[in-house]
Design a protein around this ligand. Structure first.
Ligand SMILES: *Cc1c(COP(=O)(O)O)cnc(C)c1O
Length: 429
């Protein structure tokens, strides 16, 4: 364990220091936007964001007034049809995209299918010999499964490599580089601009999954010159379980791409009810079917919790706090849990890390996490050996970092994780 180079300020951390940091934290009031249960330290906002206070009332309003009273008139009068674009424009502000460039629709998996299909089609139109989709072996499985299916359907090769091997594989066989910017297991952060530049130099296009970066750290899609991007609504965007996802395409490609799920709401004029498909302008052709209005109303409340940070320095300020939280967490775990077989599985360099910290344990990660959850510290477990902790700077306090580590120390020292009940696996881990 090497902690020599940690800043002196971290080496001396006490619970009182954490309370002082919370008292001085200009972002602290943003926590009041959430309904967090008492006695819980929630370190899983990277998997399911917490419930914003505004959501229940807003969804009630949509149900009772817009649906219940105004019925079908609400498609026009309440702007239901605009929701995919309206919420999309808000998310665009968080990921360095412009207005009319991003829409909310479908799930991340489905959007990945649409974006990857569109990118493949564009590349193959100019360079039919390009036959490789390149991704990272430890990418989130659904991303790989979608790519595998497309590769099989189109007679292409899905090539999976380690993160460090990516640049060496950017050659003239490559059609699309498809990566998740922040790895779901380790939290490792890719250099989106650098890899995109390298992929473009090799003649390929890029598809970026922002599931663990949108709302977690500053993302600059346009500055990074990315081609396509998708992202998740229920993680750092706090949209609620199964919230719809988003999709973006660079404006230079927006009127040129074709996507295979050519549903009526991506049509240039859905209410002309003509038999032949004509894609709508720009990003709107990524829409497919009827928008999920209740889910979109909830997602908008979630996205608004992040836009509220704009008055306090926005994503840059949230990122600074996220780094301060994760640095303290790593330092405290390594200092206080040494000798229990828990090893850092995230990059030590904060610049290479998203807003999560993962530790691995060779055999007992699962029961250790269950014992922690029983104590009210909610993280999650990712097979085979990862204890994962997400630090959502909107509502995680410095004192939560201290207290979570205190609980982890007790779980490890007491061996309480050995209890049988902590070894039974639920459907969702
Ligand atoms: C969470 C996550 C998803 C989720 O996909 P769904 O279609 O919403 O189930 C996809 N990709 C990555 C990288 C994720 O982290």
């Amino acid at each position: 364990m090497s902690i020599e180079y940690r800043s002196p300020e971290l080496l001396m951390t006490t619970r009182q220091d954490c309370l002082n940091l919370d008292a001085q934290d200009p972002l602290a009031p943003l926590r009041d936007q959430f309904d967090l249960p008492a006695g819980v330290i929630y370190l899983d906002g990277n998997s399911l964001g917490a419930l914003p206070r505004a959501t229940a009332a807003r969804v009630q309003e949509v149900v009772h007034a817009e649906w219940g009273l105004d019925l079908i008139k609400s498609w026009n009068n309440a702007g239901w049809m605009e929701l995919p674009r309206r919420v999309g424009d808000k998310i665009a502000r968080l990921v360095g995209a412009g207005a009319n460039e991003l829409v909310v629709a479908d799930s991340t998996s489905v959007n990945l299918f649409k974006a990857l299909s569109a990118a493949l089609r564009m590349v193959k139109a100019d360079s039919p010999h390009r036959s490789v989709i390149l991704s990272e072996r430890s990418n989130f499985p659904t991303d790989l499964y979608i790519a595998e299916s497309l590769a099989r359907e189109q007679g292409l090769v899905l090539k999976l490599v380690e993160a460090d091997e990516i640049t060496a594989c950017l050659d003239d066989e490559l059609a699309v580089l498809m990566l998740t910017q922040v790895n779901y297991r380790t939290g490792r952060l890719h250099d989106m601009a650098g890899l995109t530049r390298a992929a473009h130099q090799a003649g390929a296009l890029t598809v970026w999954d922002l599931a663990h970066s949108a709302g977690a750290l500053p993302v600059n899609l346009k500055e990074s010159d990315a081609d396509f991007a998708v992202g998740c609504g229920y993680k750092y965007l706090n949209g609620g379980p199964g919230a719809p996802a988003f999709i973006w395409v660079h404006p230079r490609l927006a009127d040129r791409f074709w996507q295979p799920l050519s549903g009526w709401l991506g049509h240039a004029a859905p209410f002309e009810f003509v038999p032949d498909y004509r894609p709508g302008p720009g990003i709107t052709r990524f829409l497919c079917g009827t928008p999920p209005v209740l889910s979109l109303a909830a997602l908008e409340c979630g996205v608004d919790t992040l836009l509220a940070a704009e008055a306090h320095g926005g994503m840059a300020a949230l990122r600074a706090k996220s780094i301060a939280l994760t640095e303290r967490f790593i330092h405290l775990v390594e200092e206080r849990c040494a000798g229990h077989g828990v090893t850092l599985a995230s990059p030590r360099d904060a610049a290479l890390r998203g807003s999560q910290v993962s530790f691995s344990h060779p055999t007992a990660g699962y029961p250790m996490m269950q014992a922690l959850i029983a104590r009210g510290v909610i993280g999650d477990f990712r097979a085979p050996d990862i204890l994962r902790f997400g630090f959502t700077p909107l509502y995680t306090r410095y004192v939560d970092v201290w207290d979570a580590v205190e609980h982890l120390v007790k779980v490890l020292q007491s061996g309480e994780w050995r209890a049988t009940r902590f070894h039974q696996r639920g459907v969702v881990t």
